[in-house]
Design a binder for this molecule. Structure first.
Ligand SMILES: NC(=O)c1ccc[n+]([C@@H]2O[C@H](COP(=O)([O-])OP(=O)(O)OC[C@H]3O[C@@H](n4cnc5c(N)ncnc54)[C@H](OP(=O)(O)O)[C@@H]3O)[C@@H](O)[C@H]2O)c1
Length: 257
């Protein structure tokens, strides 16, 4: 696919680029400061569009002028708690959603395929109708983002939310191509709730679910390079992906008991 990548100068986005190339995608970078892209990464890009990730009209114009079929949004950073400044994260999410909707509508073909970086907290907890965030109130902006995106039918916006917990890079810098020991095959994935959940402390009176979520949450960190390979591999399936309209939880296979 031809992918518009937002956030290529960041932790996640810089590693998404080699993963996308490995899976034979063409990549257009949408950045606010093109000089921050490394010369090696610049040489691998189809093109670079300069703009702010909170400028919906400019993102839409980039999708249409570059003829992109997909977007991966890794721009902006979610604040850890509601006590921290929330910054532009939600505005960026909303702008990218709006741009994808408008571009899809204007082009009048299939919906744009979109992956958004979200968080572990929006996955369902073992207690129905309560997301993990209700027990572990971290990264609160992911919840309104989820409510926004799920209000759009998938035949208009072919979205997926990537809901890893902490993602840790295995290598200090992006590698072209990615090292052979990082792969989506190192992960288990599940739609809408955390995979391989062990419900061991739930029977503790009153605080059982809290304890269960807090203790389990720590085991859901994932290797960043495995995560970006997951997204890049999935984009090969285009609109046939089983993850469209889903929140996607992942866990390293090595952490599954
Ligand atoms: N790292 C994790 O463990 C983790 C876990 C779960 C979810 N996530 C999510 O993954 C996403 C990316 O995280 P990260 O660790 O890669 O963050 P990061 O290293 O701080 O990168 C953020 C990126 O967003 C770009 N950006 C910010 N505001 C922008 C704007 N107005 N216009 C254009 N670009 C803008 C930055 O560009 P500049 O270089 O120009 O500043 C940078 O490329 C975030 O949504 C984060 O919440 C991360």
């Amino acid at each position: 696919m031809k992918v518009l990548l937002l956030g290529v100068t960041g932790n996640v986005g810089s590693r998404l680029l080699p993963a996308l190339l490995l899976h034979k995608h063409q990549v257009v970078a949408y950045v606010r400061t093109p000089s921050k892209i490394s010369p090696e990464a610049t040489s691998k890009l189809e093109s670079i569009v300069t703009g702010s990730a909170s400028d919906s009209a400019a993102i839409k114009a980039a999708i249409l002028s570059q003829n992109c079929d997909a977007i991966v949004n890794a721009a902006g950073v979610a604040a850890v708690t509601c006590l921290n400044s929330q910054g532009e994260f939600q505005a960026i999410f909303a702008a990218v959603v709006q741009a994808a909707l408008d571009a899809g509508r204007e082009r009048g073909r299939a919906p744009i395929r979109c992956w958004f970086m979200s968080g572990f907290g929006v996955l369902d907890s073992p207690k129905k109708d309560h997301p993990v965030l209700d027990y572990m109130p971290l990264f609160p902006a992911h919840k309104p983002n989820y409510l926004l995106i799920k209000s759009h039918p998938v035949d208009i916006l072919a979205w997926s939310l990537f809901c890893a917990s902490n993602m840790t890079p295995k290598y200090d810098t992006p590698h072209f191509p990615p090292p052979a020991d990082v792969s989506a095959n190192n992960l288990v994935a599940k739609a809408d709730s955390p995979p391989a959940w062990v419900d061991n402390l739930r029977s503790v009176p009153l605080i059982g679910t809290h304890l269960n979520v807090m203790s389990q949450g720590q085991s859901y960190y994932a290797v960043l390079e495995d995560c970006v390979d997951f997204i890049a591999a999935d984009l090969e399936k285009g609109l046939e992906s089983e993850w469209i309209g889903k929140r996607v939880g992942v866990k390293e296979k090595s952490k599954v008991k």
